[in-house]
Ligand binder design. Structure first.
Ligand SMILES: Cc1cc2nc3c(=O)[nH]c(=O)nc-3n(C[C@H](O)[C@H](O)[C@H](O)COP(=O)(O)OP(=O)(O)OC[C@H]3O[C@@H](n4cnc5c(N)ncnc54)[C@H](O)[C@@H]3O)c2cc1C
Length: 389
């Protein structure tokens, strides 16, 4: 088959592009991935005990985009699911993000006082960054902020990133709020859910078009080579004159010539028990005291019924680009110097007219699934629709 497009990476970015190229543009596409499965980091599968688990950490679909929701709904129906997270602080479990119920639980002696102070100061339903609250002149608010900073934020952040909060961009630290609300849902988006038969099934549906050829267990280096001088891509030693969509790591594409972009890796440890429930909530965060950051019990997400249950522990680690079998890159590390390094790679990428860099690794940016899907849909309509290749 002669291909019009080659896509590197069968994650949600590559799959959305493949689906659109095949169905909307009626073009032929080769989709390759070095892993033995489709779905990238959103991949789910039934483990040996028959429990549906997410291989690379819990993925909850949530969006305010009707366009993205309607698009994915062509390929799946949904289990309506509102994610909730509890944090273990000392011996008690409290809603995360920290909210008015958390205040009642953690600071029972002064909770009425603290709540009336914050309700005077902020809007109901507002999410106030903890670092902003810390600056308050009101002693009750400052006390609350200090409590949340010490018990929820500080050690979790250090464990998660292996860095002190002040070493990270404010964009990360600003994300940790106190929610002025009794709403214990983790997300407030209009659409929230889990694909009824799982993400992998939804992706398989998206890829079921004869225009798409999928090659798994294939690192792109095995079939593609890049001429950096001429800005050309070769497929099996022949110049490829079509379009390439690259969703792998941008620094790898350029052979790490400016050095590696750093990532935080997550190591996932799954455990199955012969009981219906392991814990009292889908996800429990452990901000302090343990090496892992959180435990997720999958049956809460999927609604699966079984007399067994699987939980997943998450351990943050340093990612080593030289030892790719050791762990996988999960989160770009949000620091100014890393953004600057990415921008240098981006300048090189812009010179490749027929290679489009898309997705969390190619753009070195944490993005939720809906954001990636929306970007892919926009690329099709803005860049490729109506063009002849
Ligand atoms: C722990 C965790 C939890 C998350 N939870 C949520 C959530 O609840 N909700 C949400 O909306 N988002 C969540 N996300 C974000 C979500 O995972 C991303 O939006 C999504 O994975 C981005 O898809 P992608 O296709 O850009 O990248 P990926 O899924 O990483 O796909 C890239 C693909 O490229 C392949 N590849 C890389 N290098 C090569 C190579 N050399 N040769 C061939 N193939 C290659 C990889 O194997 C991979 O399959 C979470 C992220 C993490 C880390």
């Amino acid at each position: 088959m002669a291909y019009d497009f080659i896509i590197v990476g069968a994650g949600i970015a590559g799959i959305t592009m493949a689906e659109q190229i095949a169905n909307m543009l009626n073009k032929k596409v080769l989709l390759i991935d070095k892993r033995d499965h489709i779905g990238g980091n959103c991949h789910d599968y039934y483990n040996d005990d028959g429990i549906l688990v997410h291989k690379y950490g819990p993925h909850i679909f949530h969006t305010n985009s009707t366009r993205v929701y309607n698009y994915l709904s062509l390929y799946t129906t949904w289990i309506s699911y509102n994610h909730k997270v509890l944090g273990k602080i000392g011996d008690i479990l409290v809603p995360i993000p920290f909210n008015l119920i958390s205040i009642d639980k953690c600071l029972p002696d002064i909770s009425n006082h603290v709540k009336s102070a914050i309700l005077d100061e902020y809007e109901v339903n507002q999410k106030v960054p903890i670092l902003e609250m810390k600056k308050s002149d009101n002693p009750s608010i400052a006390k609350l902020a200090h409590y949340v900073y010490e018990n929820v934020f500080l050690h979790y952040t250090e464990k998660m990133w292996g860095l002190k909060p002040e070493q990270l961009d404010e964009s990360v630290t600003a994300r940790v709020p106190v929610h002025i609300s009794y709403d214990c849902r983790y997300f407030q988006d209009t659409y929230q859910g889990i694909p009824r038969d799982g993400y992998t099934k939804m992706f398989a549906n998206m890829l079921s078009n004869h225009n798409i050829n999928i090659l798994l267990n294939k690192d792109y280096h095995e079939i593609l080579s890049i001429d950096y001088e001429e800005k050309k891509v070769y497929l099996y030693d022949e110049e490829f004159t079509g379009e390439v969509i690259f969703t792998g790591m941008i620094d790898e594409f350029f052979d790490y010539r400016y050095g590696p972009l750093p990532y935080r890796a997550m190591v996932f440890m799954d455990e199955t028990s012969d009981k219906e429930r392991f814990q009292e909530n889908a996800t429990i965060n452990y901000p302090n005291d343990y090496h892992f950051t959180r435990i997720t019990e999958y049956k809460y997400l999927t609604g699966q019924v079984s007399d067994k249950t699987t939980v997943q522990f998450e351990f943050p680690e340093q990612y080593d680009y030289r030892d790719k079998d050791a762990n996988i890159p999960s989160y770009p590390i949000p620091q100014k110097k890393n953004e600057e390094l990415y921008n240098r790679y981006k300048l090189l990428a812009d010179e490749f007219e027929h290679v489009t860099f898309l997705g969390r690794l190619a753009e070195y940016k944490y993005m939720n699934m809906d954001v990636v899907v929306e970007k892919a849909l926009n690329l099709i309509s803005d860049k490729f629709m109506g063009e002849e290749f």
